[in-house]
Ligand binder design. Structure first.
Ligand SMILES: Nc1ncnc2c1ncn2[C@@H]1O[C@H](COP(=O)(O)OP(=O)(O)O)[C@@H](O)[C@H]1O
Ligand SMILES: O=C(OP(=O)(O)O)[C@H](O)COP(=O)(O)O
Length: 408
């Protein structure tokens, strides 16, 4: 359990600065709604229903990227989820922002401007350093309390994540609590029965970080995606290749081949390889082949095959806990969704403790008609989820634990 204060400890009638993570996909300048809005809406709605005066702080993208936009659309989307109007303020901590904060009435919320549009936010610095910044020194005195809800940014030492809570009475929001407790369960090995991890997707280096860290805590690593292709290569089945101009296969092989070989040598029985794969045949339809029958790299193998799905589903169904990082196939193309969707369904049907992490992978749940409630927890974090799985520190969590005496 994380030692922290929560909204249950917040006194009545406070002026609250709440840091959310509403960082979203942006296509041609349009911010896409996603589960980060619905999740953070719970914290915001609770603060408003309890009569607090609320200013929201969040970020979008990074300078120089096409996802780096204002939070005007975020305020509109969040208002829909909260069911109350949240006024967008095109300023973060200047006079316009301070006036808007001062004008807040009980039960009202405003959305301050993208905090990454300030100079103080982004440099990775120690909390004590960030606490001295203009951003922190200007905003902190305007509020009674800081609510840290941005779990999916908690791996960043940014001013609004680690500086503000050092200068204010800090509380963990509902997203922070649920994400931290679910995602840390595997690192703390809170299970007696079999623990299984679905290790897939295209960010192989991240996944291999997790596998290396959890190698003594996980009983079955179900290998798929590019991760599965890399492990198959290490045992003599070189079936993978870079698709189009992507450099996801060869570069991640070079970067990880030694660690892959170390895992194979130290934990051979925990590694469960795909026994068959799927590809698009000459009619552009899904076709399957056993790994042993792949003669040369004449296809892009974009999913695990049906025999693999059956084996993985059975292992997952008999596990006490299952953690998912990365998809088993290129599920966005329905022809290659079988691995990801069928194994997720098997996990959802079982009574195991299940956590699905990663922005892309967790999207498969809605895409294939599953319900988030089928799983113990569906994380909205990517990097922070990796840190939690590997037991690495989350500065945004540590500062909440340290800033006030523990009450939980
Ligand atoms: N065999 C494969 N080849 C290429 N891409 C794959 C393959 N299998 C899965 N993927 C891709 O992996 C992505 C999901 O994994 P990843 O991005 O690593 O995880 P997340 O973003 O959920 O943390 C999906 O977008 C899927 O298209
Ligand atoms: O989307 C985020 O991280 P994620 O892609 O690891 O989930 C967070 O908002 C952090 O964003 P950043 O990786 O630009 O610091």
């Amino acid at each position: 359990m994380m030692s922290y204060r929560t909204l249950d400890d917040l006194a009545d009638g406070q002026t609250v600065l709440a840091r959310l993570d509403l960082n979203s996909p942006v296509s041609v300048g349009v911010v896409e709604d996603n589960r980060r809005f619905s999740r953070h809406a719970r914290t915001v709605r609770e603060l408003l229903d309890d009569g607090h005066r609320v200013a929201l702080l969040a970020h979008q993208g990074r300078p120089g990227r096409d996802t780096f936009v204002t939070l005007e659309q975020h305020a509109e989307i969040l208002s829909e989820h909260v069911g109350r109007e949240i006024e967008y303020v095109p300023d973060t901590y200047g006079e316009t922002a301070l006036t808007a904060i001062d004008d807040l009435e009980a039960g009202e919320a405003i959305m301050l401007e993208n905090v990454r549009m300030t100079d103080d936010e982004l440099p990775e610095r120690e909390p004590e350093e960030h606490a001295k910044s203009d951003l922190v020194q200007t905003l902190a005195p305007e509020f009674d309390a800081y609510v840290g809800d941005a779990y999916s940014t908690a791996h960043r030492k940014h001013a609004s994540i680690v500086g503000l809570p050092l200068e204010m009475e800090a509380y963990a929001g509902r997203v922070m609590v649920s994400e931290y407790e679910a995602n840390s369960a595997i690192a703390n090995r809170e299970f007696d029965g079999e623990v299984t991890m679905v290790a897939g997707g295209k960010k192989a280096t991240d996944v291999i970080d997790v596998m290396t860290s959890l190698q003594d805590r996980v009983d079955n690593f179900l290998l798929g995606g590019i991760v599965g292709e890399l492990f198959l290569r290490a045992v003599g089945y070189d079936v993978g290749r870079d698709i189009d101009e992507s450099d996801l296969y060869e570069s991640q092989w070079r970067a990880n081949k030694d660690r892959i070989r170390e895992l194979i040598e130290s934990h051979p029985s925990e590694l469960v390889y795909p026994s068959d794969l799927a590809f698009a045949d000459e009619n552009d339809e899904r076709s399957e082949v056993t790994v042993a029958d792949v003669k040369n790299k004449d296809h892009d193998y974009l999913d695990v095959g049906s025999d693999t799905v059956e084996q993985f589903s059975d292992i997952a169904a008999h596990s006490e806990a299952v953690f998912v990082k990365g998809a088993l196939g290129m599920f966005e193309d329905e022809r290659f969704s079988n691995g990801t969707a069928r194994v997720l369904e098997a996990i959802g049907r079982s009574d195991c403790f299940s956590v699905v992490g990663g922005g892309d992978t967790s999207r498969a749940i809605e895409m294939y008609g599953m319900d988030e409630a089928d799983f113990s927890h569906v994380s909205i974090a990517g990097g922070a989820y990796i840190n939690a799985l590997t037991g690495r520190s989350l500065p945004g969590v540590e500062v909440l634990k340290g800033s006030v005496e523990a009450t939980h």
